[in-house]
Design a binder for this molecule. Structure first.
Ligand SMILES: [Zn+2]
Ligand SMILES: [Zn+2]
Length: 82
C-alpha cells in the first residue's frame, strides 16, 4: 500500500519493457532508463543481473553503463542505465 512503484506497474505508464520479474521504465528523478524488480526485494540475483544486461543492450538497444547502486526506491531493487 502506498508504494508509487507498485502503482505505476499497474498502469504500465512509461514502461519500456516488461519480462520475467523485471520491468524497465524512465526514472522519474534521473530521466534515464531504470530496470526495476516487480516485487519488493532488496537484491538482484546473478541471473537477474545478466537478464538486465540483455534487456538494456539487446532488447532495447540502449547504450550506457549500468549503475547497480540503489538509491531512489527503497522497496524495489533497481539499476539505472547512465
Ligand atoms: Zn512496491
Ligand atoms: Zn533515478
Amino acid at each position: 500500500m502506498g508504494c508509487n512503484l507498485c502503482e505505476s506497474k499497474k498502469t504500465l505508464n512509461g514502461v519500456m519493457f516488461i519480462g520475467r520479474n523485471i520491468f524497465v521504465m524512465e526514472c522519474k528523478s534521473c530521466h534515464v532508463p531504470i530496470a526495476v524488480s516487480i516485487d519488493h526485494k532488496k537484491e538482484f540475483t546473478a541471473e537477474e543481473k545478466s537478464f538486465i544486461h540483455e534487456v538494456f543492450y539487446k532488447h532495447l538497444r540502449l547504450q550506457g553503463v549500468i549503475d547497480w547502486k540503489t538509491r531512489d526506491i527503497k522497496d524495489h531493487v533497481h539499476a539505472h542505465l547512465r
